[in-house]
Design a protein around this ligand. Structure first.
Ligand code: ADP
Ligand code: MG
Length: 224
């Protein structure tokens, strides 16, 4: 499903070169749930952003569904993301002026799905994440855990092949973290979706088929 070969990412800041990813090699199979550990600054977010086509590598290859995504143009990448990728951020990234229902339905607008169908699908996935009673609430009218559930629903609404989550429970308490992890991995498993989750929480390893640990821009070890 995902193959990463000799991936390297260097950021330039003035005269300084920052090696965010040194030389990363990785394969992830279909339906696999991977959790990505590593100290702050080890390159986890950089790797995830690159896998999701949000940033371009300096060197190396990323092959997803037999496509070398590092060769795609911005427009091709946008289409690729709409079709195959879901992304959950630590900070939810919901649009504050929109209700839960509107936030979740939004990605479907870009796919040309008709209004009635958009609403039907958004309602269905919001029900799956337990938010049937919060459809018309705006982000500020919901708790952090509820906002993250909306953002999970938004990530899943177009039935992505691959879901990336970058510290999705980083701003949440322990009880909510467990709920959210159960939910996100439960949905991914039910649909045989592939998933990579960045986390600091050891508990999360229980949910994973593969535990990947990063250090200084490299993969230090992979436990299956
Ligand atoms: P993690 O998610 O594991 O905490 P990151 O992938 O965010 O780590 O960052 C890896 C390294 O790259 C860090 O040293 C960070 O400071 C640097 N970095 C990340 N993004 C940028 C950027 N846009 N510009 C410059 N340096 C960056
Ligand atoms: Mg990060």
């Amino acid at each position: 499903m995902i193959e990463v070969k000799n991936l390297r990412k260097i950021y330039r800041m003035g005269n300084e070169k920052i090696v965010a990813l040194n030389n990363v090699n990785l394969t992830v199979d279909k339906g696999e749930i991977c959790c990505l550990f590593g100290t702050s600054g080890s390159g986890k977010s950089t790797l995830l952003n690159m896998l999701a086509g949000l940033e371009k590598p300096t060197k190396g290859n990323i092959i997803i569904k037999k496509k070398n995504i590092e060769t795609l143009s911005e427009v091709q990448l946008a289409i690729f993301r709409q079709k195959y990728i879901g992304f959950v951020f630590q900070s939810y990234n919901l649009l504050p002026a929109l209700t839960a229902l509107e936030n979740v339905a939004l990605p479907l607008i870009f796919q040309g799905v008709a209004q009635a169908e958009r609403e039907k699908r958004a309602r269905k996935i919001l029900k799956e994440v337990g938010l049937s009673k919060r459809l018309h609430h705006k982000p500020t009218e919901m708790s952090g855990g509820q906002q993250q559930r909306v953002s999970i629903a938004r990530a899943f609404v177009n039935n992505p092949t691959i879901l990336f989550a970058d510290e999705p429970t980083g701003n949440l308490d322990t009880a909510t973290t467990l709920e959210i992890m159960d939910m996100i991995t439960g949905i991914a498993k039910a649909h045989n979706q592939t998933m990579i989750i960045v986390s600091h929480d050891d508990e999360i390893a229980h949910y994973a088929h593969k535990v990947i640990t990063m250090r200084d821009g490299n993969i230090e070890n992979i436990k299956v």
